[in-house]
Design a protein around this ligand. Sequence first.
Ligand code: NAD
Length: 249
Amino acid sequence: MAQGRLAGKRAFLTAAGQGIGRATALAFLREGAEVVATDLNPDLLVKLAEDGPGIITHTLDARDTDAVHAAAKEAGDVNILFNCAGFVHHGTILDVDEAAWDFSYDLNVKSLWRTLTAFLPGMLERGGGSIVNMSSAAQTIKAPPNRALYASTKAAVAGLTKTVAIDYITQGIRCNCICPGTVQSPSLEERIHAMPDSYEENRANFVARQPMGRIAEPEEIAMLAVYLASDESAFVTGGEHVIDGGWSL
Ligand code: NAD
């Protein structure tokens, strides 16, 4: 039987309960990795374990430093870290209060400090690892309206990705980020429902900003994550990998 592209590797994911994280956990499993999938929502993890038999699930708040470090100890020798947790705040800078600022930076950026300090030492000890961070095209690549806080956090993710890549480049660690355009997911549906105008009009506006005339499926982003996690991308590090259906062209 052919070996999967991630055979012999162990992956740890945050926010794997739905959307891109879930699709990536299932894709990692299909490609032969041992998968430790975590999420804040235990119900979503039950469904994930049913759909991906063999996936190890663990309820985890990516904002809880002690819990992240405890989960890393339990997860064992992880070669692949996929940092997917993130929240899309809607609005201009004048719509951001201090609580919203702190929440988004805590979840979208500081959670990477948590997982990196939890997993990097082990990866360094074992001589290697691939870290994949979830950024967005909505940062310095493309400035959509009403994404002031979100784009700022995702630019921070890209900046951190590059510094991690350079700091550990001679020690077998690769660190890349993924920068999607609009991707079909439960939280996208919530954003569409929350906007003024009808559901159909709002959805059409999201589709219209993608030159390909469609929104991405989470599985398409997952396949990029598989490539970055695998040894196929052994010469690739520090990259901002845009996968946006031409949005930023
Ligand atoms: P989503 O937003 O629908 O799901 C997010 C998941 O995160 C849920 O399973 C939720 O339970 C979990 N979660 C929430 N708070 C958490 C916490 N504190 N700790 C752990 N898990 C938590 O999924 P999505 O839309 O695919 O987004 C996933 C990532 O991709 C995010 O970082 C998002 O910013 C990024 N992204 C999404 C899009 C898009 O259009 N959907 C585009 C670019 C980037």
